[in-house]
Design a protein around this ligand. Structure first.
Ligand code: WT7
Length: 654
């Protein structure tokens, strides 16, 4: 990865102390770390009471009597949507803009908190009229349009559970997610805009439901692309036809704090994607807290923009729940950064006067590559704070981001977290922390992080180790949908003892001599492509599902633009080898992976090889394949069953 080598980071000496006027206007009190350290659990209880409206108050903060199954604020009741909507209107802020929506094709919408509340109430009534009840699962497969936010909040409002599936995922991926969660309803659109074209979504839903065995009773279709769709009478309903008939009144009821809020699927080391389960009170507490303090949010004056799609955890926590719980005004953008021109994002920043901007290093690197002349055509002076998420940001990109986008003045918060953690876990607080490029720096108040060696003992700076969260936190995942064993095995078996449960994150990290945490990337077979998680095994399974493939091995190889890129090595079945050339086979298989999983998983390269490097026990040595994929000298091959294999592979690829 073009990320962080320990050596170069140790040589990183640049420091950026908070500017005087930033600090003095910050929403964060200087004693926040001390308060959290004095009484960690009490700190979260205070935060939950201070930032959220409880339908009925909780008396117990944390129940950790049955680890790793945590309960936070369990005897309290809350309505997540009420916290994101009604209470702002009741407080007199109904006229504040909640969403400035910008469609890729130039369509726009300006939606106030009062309007958004009204829309969500109608949508909640619509869901109820379709038989959706507390605890039922609703799959959402939409572009980044206001209805995506409305749908999520409407599901939350009635205590049901959403499972948002990123619109770039294939029909196959959608099907497996619908089936795993036994969804009752799917909310989709005819299509959405991307790269100047309409991409169909309804057709993928039709494909996912084609076998007729699904639990889905209805498909609600938002009209966005105006592309042709097929219609299944009785099952399919147009959102706009249904919503007009709905009552605009809907009273939000309180649900217990541990009522499931959503499932979000993410790739793991093995097998099919895991349905990460998040619940209500603890999740909302930590996303609201981090959104407020990490982004120093002043809801009356800030215009916030997080570029993530709502189909990822960043979109859940920092487009929908965090900003809306805090009453923020934000930009929501449907499309790609370079449509219709390379300055689209910066034009949007200028148009809306964006003050806080949150994006991924992969985007920054691609802008660096295009050059500063594009952002410099726009007035970006409204920006006062920048954020980064998804993968380590290398110091060079960090400095470019600050200088070119941030006018050489804005603080940058590098935020480490995961789908599983629900909310930001490690980040500077911009009003307090002296920033250091290339490091996510410090756990947020109330979070306990350790870096351990393989044997579970703490490693001392400057040595590297494995990142663990050593105390339960409010927005932690509550499990994997339908698979408690996998939950325990994946996250809690490596370092836990019966006396002390510790969450294993799957990331390598290192603490420098100042005590700052530097993330070093995944230590498992999970790749990070443009800040998105992909499993090598999942792509291998997709490849071997093609009839011409005998065997496949996938590695994540360093890539300048995307961080890592998918590189596959494939053995073609002997009876298929003459059917097409290697170039044809390779193109065919790239397309196949895209259809099976989604375009984000399409391999950068598929190499057709005669053998794969294996140990005597038959294990594929991906490390060696990674050497080839990254153009390095091939490492130690002595444990291979056949030591000549790597030579043959690398000769052929040259
Ligand atoms: C993995 C989680 C959290 C939202 C986006 C990704 C990597 C995430 C950082 C960062 C270094 C980071 C980790 C983590 N990661 N943020 N600031 N610095 N690495 O969510 O798909 O669940 O992926 O992304 O490897 O484990 P996700």
């Amino acid at each position: 990865m073009p990320t962080n080598s320990i050596d170069s980071l140790l040589r990183e000496t640049r420091r950026f102390a908070p500017a005087e006027d930033f600090s003095s206007n910050s929403v964060t009190p200087p004693d926040i770390y001390d308060r959290a350290a004095e009484d960690r659990v009490g700190f979260w209880a205070d935060t939950a009471r201070e930032l959220l409206h409880w339908h009925s108050p909780f008396t117990e903060t944390l129940d950790w009597s049955n680890p790793p199954f945590a309960k936070w604020f369990a005897d309290g009741s809350i309505n997540v949507a009420y916290n994101c909507l009604d209470r702002h209107v009741i407080a007199g802020n109904g006229d504040r803009v909640a969403l400035y929506w910008e469609g890729e094709n130039g369509d726009t919408a300006r939606i106030t908190y009062a309007e958004l509340t009204g829309e969500v109430k109608k949508a909640a009534n619509l869901l109820t009229s379709l038989g959706v009840q507390q605890g039922d699962r609703v799959a959402i497969y939409l572009p980044v349009i206001p209805e995506a936010v409305i749908a999520m909040l409407a599901v939350a409002r009635i205590g049901a559970v959403h499972s948002v599936v990123f619109g770039g995922f294939s029909s196959e991926s959608l099907r497996s997610r619908i089936d795993d969660a036994s969804a009752k309803l799917v909310i989709t659109a005819d299509g959405g805009w991307r790269k100047g074209k309409v991409f169909p979504l309804k057709a993928a839903v039709d494909g996912a439901l084609a076998n007729g065995t699904s639990t889905v009773e209805h498909v609600l279709v938002v009209q966005r692309g105006h592309n042709d769709v097929e219609w299944t009478e009785g099952r399919d309903l147009w959102w706009h036809d249904e919503i007009v008939a709905m009552d605009a009144d809907h009273e939000a009821q309180g649900f217990e704090a541990e009522n499931p809020l959503f499932i979000l699927y993410t790739s793991g080391t093995t097998g099919k994607p895991k349905g990460i389960l998040h619940t209500s009170g603890g999740y909302l507490t930590q996303v609201a807290f981090t959104h407020k303090h990490v982004f120093d949010l002043h809801p009356e004056t800030d215009v916030y923009w997080c570029t993530a799609d709502v189909g990822w955890i960043t979109g859940h926590s920092y487009v929908v729940y965090g900003p809306l719980a805090n009453g923020a005004t934000q930009v929501l953008y449907e499309g790609t950064p370079d449509t219709p021109h390379q300055g689209r994002w910066w034009e949007i920043v200028q148009k809306y006067g964006v003050t806080i901007f949150y994006t991924a290093p992969t985007a920054i690197r691609s802008f660096m590559k295009i050059g500063r002349q594009i952002p410099q055509q726009f007035d970006l002076s409204s920006l006062r704070l920048l954020g980064s998420v998804g993968e380590p940001i290398n110091p060079e990109a960090w400095i470019w981001y600050r200088d070119i986008i941030g006018g050489g003045e804005t603080p940058i918060v590098d935020t480490w977290w995961q789908t599983e953690t629900g909310a930001i876990m490690i980040s500077a607080l911009p009003g307090l922390t002296t920033l250091k490029p290339g490091s996510a720096q410090v756990p947020i108040p109330g979070i306990k992080i350790d870096i351990l060696g393989e044997d579970g003992t703490r490693v001392d700076p400057p040595h590297g180790g494995l990142l663990v969260v050593s105390e339960p936190w409010p927005s932690m995942l509550r499990g994997i949908w339908n698979d408690p064993d996998r939950f325990i095995e994946t996250y809690w078996s490596k370092f836990s003892t019966p006396e002390k449960y510790k969450y294993f994150a799957g990331d390598g990290a290192h603490v420098d001599t100042d005590g700052d945490i530097v993330l070093l990337g995944r230590v498992d077979d999970v790749m990070n492509v443009s800040g998105h998680r992909l499993s090598t095994q999942e792509i291998e399974s997709a490849l071997v599902s093609h009839p011409i493939v005998a065997e496949a091995a996938v590695v994540g190889a360093e890539d300048e633009a995307t961080g890592q890129a998918v590189v596959a090595f494939v053995i073609i079945k002997s009876n298929q080898q003459d059917a097409q050339t290697a170039t044809e086979a390779s193109a065919l298989l790239r397309q196949h992976v895209s259809e099976q999983i989604g375009a984000i998983a399409r391999p950068r390269q598929v190499f057709i090889v005669a053998e794969l490097p294996k140990t005597r026990s038959g294990k594929i040595m991906r490390r060696l394949l990674q050497d080839v994929a990254e153009g390095r000298e091939i490492g130690d091959t002595t444990t291979l069953a056949d030591t000549s294999v790597m030579q043959i592979i690398s000769d052929k690829l040259k």
